[in-house]
Design a protein around this ligand. Structure first.
Ligand code: ADP
Length: 239
């Protein structure tokens, strides 16, 4: 479970995250939605201890990320598919992460298989397409078999087969009882992938509800999203 309490982050006076409180429960895919600049990545970074909150707290299983001895076994995350060393082979990259978390080589082979990269495991990451880098990032997130997973825009750069694969993967991870937090701007995809949604705008919580509730009130999840975030878009065009 992920729990965020009164979480706040300001960058030189700019409030990126503003007293945000929510819980992400296991057994569901929870969509994390909001316009560009809403604070989604900053929130995910604080949950992972990559950024320190200005105030408030972000907890995983009731603890701060920094207190876990083998964090990849607790939380897996794909935040930025490009945050990898291009000169490394895919398998070496994963082996490095595995070693630091007491994870064996068999598991590296397993996650490579899960994400469909077995045949290119010995290739350098620098030659990978964005879609392949996304798959590698997902492999890294799954490495420690964690109960909590976060994915920031995982369908970026994926072809329709890849998008469908992500949808099924997210759903099966949730069905296994894991906590899955997923950000995406593709509302049609989110509507068929997520059970629950958190919508934020300008760092604040706008909605914390089920997809079914929103699609019952609006013609589609996209209509709900557009209406609810109307006051929060950074570069709004006339609608
Ligand atoms: P999202 O992921 O929803 O697009 P972000 O969390 O990336 O939003 O950004 C939220 C706000 O915080 C934006 O206004 C962004 O410009 C600002 N921001 C994010 N990271 C930094 C940083 N390292 N330094 C200064 N401002 C930042």
């Amino acid at each position: 479970m992920i729990e965020v309490r009164e979480l706040t982050k300001s960058y030189g006076g700019v409030l990126a995250v503003d007293r945000l409180s929510f819980r992400v429960e296991p057994g569901h895919v929870t969509g994390f939605l909001g316009p560009n600049g809403a604070g989604k990545s900053t929130t995910m970074r604080m949950i992972l201890g990559l950024d320190a909150p200005t105030s408030g707290e972000a907890l995983v299983h009731g603890r701060r990320y920094a207190t876990f001895r083998r964090p990849m076994r607790e939380v897996g995350a794909l935040l930025d598919a490009d945050a990898v060393h291009g000169g490394r082979r895919a398998s070496d990259h994963l082996m490095c992460l595995a070693r630091a978390n007491d994870i064996g080589a068999t598991r590296v082979a397993e996650v490579l298989e899960t994400v469909g990269l077995t045949s290119v495991a010995r290739r350098e990451i620098g030659g990978f397409s964005l879609g392949m880098r996304q798959r590698l990032g997902i492999a890294a997130a799954l490495l420690g078999d964690p109960k909590v997973l976060m994915f920031d825009e995982p369908v970026n750069g994926l072809d329709p087969d890849g998008v469908r694969w992500i949808r099924r993967l997210m759903r099966s991870l949730a069905e296994e009882g894991r906590t899955v937090l997923l950000s995406s701007h593709l509302m049609s995809e989110m509507a068929v992938t997520a059970d629950h949604v958190l919508i934020i705008g300008r760092g604040r919580l706008i909605a914390d509800t089920t997809v079914a509730e929103l699609t019952g009130r609006y013609p589609s999840l996209e209509d709900a999203y557009i209406d609810l975030t109307a006051g929060s878009v950074e570069f709004g065009a006339a609608r």
